[in-house]
Design a protein around this ligand. Structure first.
Ligand SMILES: [Zn+2]
Length: 224
């Protein structure tokens, strides 16, 4: 699989430093399962961060902090929420096999072969993966019918999309499985799917602003 669109360096760096929000972390964690190139980059960044911390430790840590850190070494580390290993999940079947493990574990029934889609508009179905944040951000799986345009919309925050099946076109760019689209705040756009169902993960960091009357009426019901 050849990927054309990777997460930005700043997104990977924030992920490696553990400072990304839960939704954006899901985008990166799922992309990493599909992209050895970015996995290598994140490993490198994490090693770099660890080395920097080690260098800084004698200067920056308060008295007693080293003892506290050493004591914690005896405690088994809790698994990170977005990096839980796939080994504890049953092997995926059916449509669920298209979902990377970091996404499947957010489904109500991670072992179900059929995904619990909910129709939200003609040709568009969704599954909420994370509860909506106080700031209006959210994470959804979307399944969009072939040749369907999403309502034209802008954002109050960043929007991230990871394609899991099919493809879509956004302006002059095409995004297929594994590709990540980052759309900055205030850019209005209208992606349109290719000739097959498009399954993707969409994360927004703030509420969307729909353009036009009908999409605005949809606003209370949709989160993408
Ligand atoms: Zn990548």
């Amino acid at each position: 699989m050849t990927l054309s669109h990777h997460p930005s360096e700043s997104l990977l760096a924030a992920y490696a430093a553990g400072v990304l929000g839960e939704g954006a972390s899901l985008i990166v964690a799922a992309h990493l399962t599909l992209c050895p190139h970015c996995r290598g980059a994140v490993d490198h960044l994490e090693a770099l961060g660890g080395a920097l911390l080690e260098e800084m430790a004698p200067l920056a840590l308060a008295e007693g902090a080293l003892d506290a850190v050493l004591a914690r070494l005896d405690t088994p580390a809790a698994p990170s929420p977005t990096r839980a290993t796939a080994s504890r999940l049953p092997p995926p079947m059916g449509e669920a096999a298209l979902l990377p493990a970091p996404l499947r574990r957010h489904l109500a029934d991670p072992s179900a072969a059929t995904l619990p889609w909910r129709a939200i508009a003609p040709g568009i179905r969704q599954i909420a993966l994370l509860p909506r944040t106080a700031g209006g951000g959210n994470a959804h799986l979307l399944k969009i019918a072939p040749k369907t345009a999403l309502p034209r919309h802008g954002h109050h925050g960043q929007e991230y999309t990871l394609v899991l099946a099919g493809a879509f076109q956004d302006r002059s760019e095409r995004f297929a499985r594994g590709d990540v689209a980052e759309v900055e705040a205030d850019r209005v756009h209208q992606p349109i799917t290719d000739g097959q169902d498009c399954l993707c993960l969409v994360v927004t960091e703030g509420p969307l602003r729909y353009m036009g009357m009908i999409p605005r009426l949809m606003q209370p019901f949709t989160g993408f």
